[in-house]
Design a binder for this molecule. Structure first.
Ligand code: SF4
Length: 92
């Protein structure tokens, strides 16, 4: 059983209006933010036409990568989703 198949079975519950990751507003994104558009395993980060980095946290796997990468720069606010929201890992 491949891990991708298992991941596919996880459910994601969107906490509407309460994103658990927020990006600090910016004109020009930091290197760290730009890196996240390539590094996030769930593809949550993207750059808009003006070059600013945006996040759609739906589908976030809570891997913590962006939290670590942006820890020093302070570009994002990262909280675990409230109980019952976010990725609900299916075991077994
Ligand atoms: Fe992507 Fe992981 Fe950050 Fe979620 S925690 S947005 S999956 S890098």
């Amino acid at each position: 059983d491949r891990v991708e198949n298992r991941l596919f079975q996880n459910r994601y519950v969107v906490d509407v209006g309460r994103p658990h990751i927020e990006i600090r507003p910016h004109e020009v994104p930091s290197r760290e933010l730009v890196a996240m558009t390539r590094v996030c395993p769930a593809g949550c980060y993207s750059q808009n036409e003006q070059g600013q980095v945006e996040i759609t946290a739906d589908g976030c796997m809570e891997c913590g990568t962006c939290r670590v990468v942006c820890a020093k720069s302070g570009d994002i606010k990262w909280n675990y989703p409230r109980g019952g929201y976010g990725v609900l890992f299916k075991f077994g």
